[in-house]
Design a protein around this ligand. Structure first.
Ligand SMILES: Cc1cc2nc3c(=O)[nH]c(=O)nc-3n(C[C@H](O)[C@H](O)[C@H](O)COP(=O)(O)O)c2cc1C
Length: 201
């Protein structure tokens, strides 16, 4: 099996981590880098990351997250924040497109296309979609290094956003707990590929 396939097989949603086994800062930096390098629509990188390692903070968050064990047993808890403010901020837009180094007229045309695209989007939803791409890359990348994870949507959104005092344009897309799992690896259950293919000629 190739290394990517091995990582895909290794990754599963860990429900309880070994609280005694922590990731080093260097290990976690690699995971953040996989998020940073992820693709995003128009290259707008609308994700922002909060990293929680303190036990007290994890304990305080757990009741807001369906009391899930992953929150307090993991090594690093990542909160992926979707920022719909930056993608509509004129100076951010200019800077993100200018860095492509295109001629001025091409940059202006590109920005115009972007703005008309954005006008047709549910922006809060669009930025969240980008966050899930980063999330997937971070989990698979972690698995490549034998690090376990659990994506978490089971949380009280408004309470978690208030907990971190996020700005109104910043919403929590999802949480990911990282660490080393303390449970048996469950069998992978997936639909067969033929059930996923919609045949067209
Ligand atoms: C966006 C997302 C949110 C999830 N939220 C939770 C969660 O809150 N708690 C949990 O235990 N598992 C959660 N899961 C894990 C899924 O239940 C799990 O990925 C799925 O059952 C497939 O199992 P596997 O990941 O172990 O292969 C979530 C998965 C995704 C992708």
């Amino acid at each position: 099996m190739d290394r990517f396939a091995l990582a895909m097989q290794h990754r599963y949603a860990c429900k309880a981590f070994d609280p005694a086994r922590k990731l080093s800062d260097q290990e976690f930096a690699k995971i953040l880098e996989y998020g940073r390098l992820s693709p995003s629509s128009f290259g707008m990188e609308p994700w922002r990351f909060i990293v929680v390692t303190g036990q007290e903070t994890k304990e305080a968050l757990r009741p807001l997250c369906w009391n899930q064990k992953q929150i307090t047993t993991c090594s690093h808890l990542l909160i992926i924040v979707a920022d719909s403010g930056v993608v509509q901020d004129e100076s951010y837009i200019q800077a993100m497109f200018a860095r492509r180094g295109l001629p001025a007229d091409a940059t202006a045309a590109y920005i115009e296309r972007y703005k008309s695209f954005l006008a047709q989007q549910d922006v809060a939803c669009w930025v969240q979609k980008q966050c899930y791409i980063a999330a997937a890359n971070m989990m698979t990348g972690a698995a490549h290094h034998g690090i376990d994870s659990c994506p978490i949507e089971g949380f009280e959104k408004e309470k978690v956003e208030a907990f971190f005092a996020l700005a109104p344009h910043q919403k929590v897309a999802l949480l990911i707990a990282f660490g080393y799992c303390a449970m048996e690896r469950p069998q992978k259950r997936r639909l067969d590929l033929e059930k996923l293919i919609i045949q067209r000629r």
